[in-house]
Every structure is written in C-alpha cells, then in structure tokens.
Design a binder for this molecule. Structure first.
Ligand SMILES: Nc1ncnc2c1ncn2[C@@H]1O[C@H](COP(=O)(O)OP(=O)(O)OP(=O)(O)O)[C@@H](O)[C@H]1O
Length: 463
C-alpha cells in the first residue's frame, strides 16, 4: 500500500465536549483504529465560564474511557490567557483565541489536519446570521468544508450532514456529552436568539429550511469563487510590481468589477478583508466626475494602516499595531516599527508564492524560495511592510538566543556596512527579515508549515 502522507497519521479533533464534537471525536477514533492512525482530541478552556473546569474534567475522563475501550485517541487541552478587551466582542475574542490554541496544540501533536464538528444546521444558521448582518458573498458562502490556514488543514467532514444524523449516532453509541446550558441560553448572543426564538418557527413553517439554506450557502460559495477569480484577473491587469494599484488601468473597469478588484487588492495588500464602507469610499473618491483618477496625495485610514494615493498609484501602508499587553519586547518591536514608519520610507509587498520580487523604491531583488525547514511561514508574507532601519530594532539570531539590538547583531556577525543596505521586512509589529542577517528566529515556521527562505540581492548582485 502507498505510504500515507505524514499529515494524516495523526488527526486532531476540536473537541468541546458538546454533542457534535463528542460524536465526531468518537467516529474519528473508530476510523483511526481501522486505518492505523491516531486521533488527538483538542480542547480549549476559554476561561470565561464557571463550568469550564468541569468540561475539562469531562473531556479528560471521556477520552480515558475511549482509550480503555482500545480506541487510539489522546487528550490535550489549553486554557486561554487574558480576557476580552473592554468593548470587544466576547465571541470574536473567544473564537480567535480558540483557533490559535487549536493550531498550536495540533502542531505540537504532529497533526496536519484539524476536524471541526459543524453540521448542516450550523451551516444554515451561519447563512441566516450573515444575511441578517447584511453580509456580501464572502459571508453568505458561510463556512468552507475545507480550508488551509496556519499551515494546517481545517476540515468540517460533517458540514453536509443533517443534525438529526448526529443525534442518531450519539444514541446508537450511547455517548454522553456536556451542555453549556448557561452559554446556550444567553440571549446576548445572536446565534442563541436564532436557535431558540427563530429556528423552531422557521422549521415548522419550512420543514426543508436546514437543507435549502445549506444548499444556498454552497451555491454562493461557488459563485464567490468565480467572482474572486475574475477579480484576481482584473487586478492582475492593474497591479504594479511592489503591490500598488495603477488607477489609470483600474478606472476603465465596469463599476462592480472596480469594487471587486479593489476588494481583492486590499485583501492582498493588507492581509485582511476590506471594510465595506472603505471600499465604497474608495470606489467613489478615487475617480473624478469624468471617471479619471483624482489628484494624488490623498489617504484613507483603514484597520491596520492606510490607503494612500500617490499620483496614478494606490498604495497600502501598514502601521504597527498598538502593543497589546505589557510584554516589553513586543512594545520595543512595535515602537521600532512605528519609528521606522515615521522615517517615511515604507513600501508594501504582498507575497503569495516563491519567486523574485523587485519592490518599488529599493535597488535590489527579494528572492523567495520554498524550503522544508528553517523558513518563515509563507502566510506571513501576505502583507509585508518594507522599511529602512530606524534604530531601536531588535533581532533574534537563533532559537533560544536573546533578541539583541540590530547594530550589535551586525557587528557580532561581521556584516560589512555595504551588505547592510536593503529593506527590513515587517509583518505588522514583527520583524521577519534583515538583509545580511537573515530571518529573525521569532518568525520561524513550525515543522510541516508551508514556508520559504528569503534572500536580499542588492542590484549589483541580483544578476
Ligand atoms: N472549547 C472548545 N474546544 C475545542 N473545540 C471547540 C470548542 N468549542 C468549539 N469547538 C469546535 O468548534 C465546533 C463548533 O463550535 P460550537 O460552538 O458550535 O460547538 P459547541 O456547541 O460548543 O459544541 P459541539 O459542536 O461539540 O456540540 C465544535 O463542534 C468543535 O469542533
């Protein structure tokens, strides 16, 4: 039999202890027993509910009971640190922390795939909630069955399965689960209101609601993929090397395609989705009444930075995020990044694949090579800021070594002054790469993550 890729030898299941992920963890462990894999059940304690300690105990006991039955399943859990910042959405904070913790645990366990227990009812609810928020195609496509993120494959194997099928599975195998009764009843959360106040009436009036809404989401997902392709093609015709958007090439597009190309451009440049209001403003304000690019020198603030028009080009300028929390190293890095930004020399570059890149404003070529170890995660290059040294930056030369001032690192490594020219590469407040020194050890990818090595070739050496 052909050797299985190592990524599937250990499969992780995001296991809340609730009904759906209990069924999924059990089913995955049974398949793993047949196929000779291992499963690791990953649980996140959000530190938000008084009952969360009991859920951890339940999970550990359940997994031990499955082990005693001979199922190849391990248990791993982590507690999130901190609290949601004042005024922020508790749900969004918990979701972001949960996915980050799941990714870390999966990598540590050597799993390349993480299974999530969402099913067809969850998908139908997601579509409705997105519609009620006024979402566009990206939101209405609801949850993808499969996504690659942080070097992991996130899979929802039961996304097309009716909720009733999961209930039948639980009954058939006599499985027990925990209910987050307080959390599920909390009417502050939109999903709970939908579940308790709307869904029973909806299903009584439209018995096919679950299936039809999930189908609709799948169709929107297809349409969205096609629109994204078109937007990428359009963008390809108006983007310049270095990432800027050439407005004279963008202006002749039909209005809806202009917005789609802008959305695509922003996502690539800023590494996050554009707020709908920003897209509307840009689409309205970038062109004058005659449909020509307006005068340059204008800027539009945006989350994480700003869009700036310089004559015929629209650029993205990333700003260092405000340091969250007391970590002094982070604060130092952030202030170095903003000092660097303040020095005025900042270009942006979005890299999605290996190749040679010539960023505008710098005399040289950035060489990006796929490597299997010792590289930086490719995903971190999606929105790079290229800056000159501004003083105050620190660089960590190797894992386990202390970060030290860049100047000291150059001296220690004996890098000649001439070889120090070139841009520092930043992702947000994190320094990734320094010409002459290489990758900062804090930016190194985890084993198995898609990663690349970087080299800066000044023009005389670029060839
Ligand atoms: N605390 C958690 N730890 C690990 N995985 C989780 C956690 N909460 C949710 N998940 C994963 O995300 C999926 C969807 O989350 P959701 O909040 O809908 O689940 P739940 O209602 O808490 O639990 P379940 O889906 O198991 O009934 C879960 O099925 C599970 O795979």
């Amino acid at each position: 039999m052909a050797e299985r890729p190592s990524a599937v030898r250990c499969v992780a299941v995001a296991y809340s202890g609730g009904r759906d992920s209990t069924a999924l963890a059990h089913a995955a462990a049974r398949v793993a027993a047949r196929e000779g894999w291992r499963v690791v059940a990953l649980h996140v304690h959000h530190g938000l509910s008084a009952a969360a300690d009991a859920w951890v105990r339940h999970g550990a006991e359940q997994v031990a009971a499955w082990q005693a039955e001979g199922l190849p399943i391990d248990w791993c859990w982590r507690r999130l640190a901190g609290r949601p910042p004042r005024g922020d959405s508790v749900e969004a904070w918990a979701r972001a922390g949960r996915y980050a913790a799941l990714a870390t645990m999966a990598r540590e366990a050597g799993a390349g795939v993480v299974l999530l227990a969402h099913h067809r009812r969850d998908q139908a609810e997601t579509l409705l909630l997105q519609a009620l928020r006024g979402a566009g195609p990206a939101g209405l496509a609801a949850m993808p069955r499969c996504a690659e993120r942080d070097g992991l494959v996130w899979l929802r194997p039961w996304l097309h399965r009716p909720r009733a099928a999961l209930e039948a599975y639980l009954q058939r195998h006599g499985l027990r689960w925990v209910d987050d009764e307080a959390g599920n009843a909390d009417a502050r959360f939109a999903r709970n209101r939908l579940r308790h106040q709307v869904w029973p009436a909806l299903e009584a009036a439209f018995p096919q609601a679950e299936a039809s809404l999930a189908d609709a989401a799948a169709r929107v997902a297809q349409a969205r993929a096609a629109l994204d392709d078109l937007a990428r093609e359009d963008l390809g015709c108006c983007q310049v090397p270095g990432g800027g958007l050439r407005l004279s090439a963008w202006a002749p597009l039909a209005p809806a395609r202009r917005v789609a190309a802008l959305r695509q451009w922003f996502r690539q440049a800023a590494g996050r989705p554009a707020p709908a209001s920003l897209l509307q403003r840009l689409a309205r304000e970038l062109l004058d009444d005659a449909g020509r690019p307006g005068p340059g020198g204008r800027e539009w603030p945006a989350p994480g930075g700003r869009c700036r028009q310089a004559r015929d080009l629209l650029h993205w300028e990333a700003m260092a995020p405000a340091a969250s929390g007391p970590a002094p190293a982070r604060a130092r890095r952030a202030s170095a990044a903003s000092a660097s930004a303040a020095s005025g020399r900042c270009e942006t570059l979005g890299i999605r694949r290996a190749g040679r890149y010539r960023p505008a404003g710098w005399s040289g070529t950035l060489l990006v090579r796929r490597v299997s170890g010792g590289g930086v995660p490719l995903a971190r290059l999606a929105a790079l800021a290229l800056r000159a040294r501004a003083g105050g930056e620190t660089f960590q030369a190797g894992p386990g070594r202390p970060p030290r001032a860049l100047k000291k690192q150059y001296q220690a490594a004996g890098v000649a002054a001439a070889a120090r020219h070139g841009p520092l590469l930043w992702a947000g407040a994190d320094l990734l790469f320094v010409p002459g020194l290489g990758l900062d050890a804090r930016a190194l990818a985890a084993p198995g993550e898609p990663q690349v090595a970087l080299d800066w070739l000044p023009d005389e050496a670029a060839g």
